[in-house]
Design a protein around this ligand. Structure first.
Ligand code: URA
Length: 205
């Protein structure tokens, strides 16, 4: 692929898209990542869940939400009465961004420019899957879907109409729950997270 550009003409299927994501050079994140991590799930999915960048495990396996945050997300999906196999799970940024600390690779928040560069891929996924409902997990995902910065709390709980006809439900990212030291608060936040997923299920029905 020449220069900085991603392929634009030949993305007709989700498989084309996954190959394109892996070859993407739209921002520098590809340099240190093992591979690009495209979304996963059926093209017929009515609900798309959008995360942030893939984490360490996802970078190694090439699949979204297969690490600790993914396990928590799986539990919440089950409790909300959803079936992961029928959802399309993806990320606003397709390459892992990290800082090395000894043998560990610590997750780094992508810049707004990196999120905006990767919107090209998220938009393609939205065009191919055409979900009725999009759940954004965290502020980076919210920017990836809407193209602007807003706090999750300012939009949480609302059903927002997007230009392509889909409905947006903004919620927290599961890793926020993993980082919370106060167990009582974590339990309350987790219940709220499951309630947001139930709302998404109801709105997409
Ligand atoms: N966090 C994300 O936002 N996405 C993943 O795929 C894994 C962790």
């Amino acid at each position: 692929m020449p220069g900085n550009r991603a392929p634009t003409d030949d993305i007709r299927t989700l498989d084309d898209l996954a190959r394109g994501v892996d070859r993407c050079r739209r921002c520098p994140l590809y340099r240190d990542a093992t591979q690009g991590v495209a979304g996963e799930g059926p093209k017929s999915a009515r609900i798309m869940l959008v995360g942030e960048p893939p984490g360490d495990r996802e970078d190694l396996e090439g699949r979204p939400f297969v690490g600790p945050a993914g396990r928590l997300l799986d539990e919440a999906i089950d409790e909300a009465g959803l079936d992961r196999r029928r959802l399309f799970l993806t990320n606003a940024v397709k390459h892992f961004k990290f800082a090395p600390r000894g043998k560990r690779r610590l997750h780094q928040r992508p810049t707004a420019g990196e999120v905006d560069a990767c919107r090209w891929w998220l938009d393609k996924e939205r065009q191919l899957v055409h979900p009725a409902l999009i759940v954004t997990l965290g502020a980076t995902a919210l920017r990836g879907v809407t193209g602007r910065s807003a706090s999750v709390q300012s939009m949480r709980g609302e059903a927002v109409a997007l230009e392509d006809g889909a409905t947006l439900v903004a919620t927290i990212h599961p890793s926020f729950l993993l980082r919370m030291p106060d167990r009582a608060r974590a339990a309350r936040e987790r219940a709220g997270f499951v309630a947001d997923l139930v709302r998404a299920r109801t709105l997409a029905a």
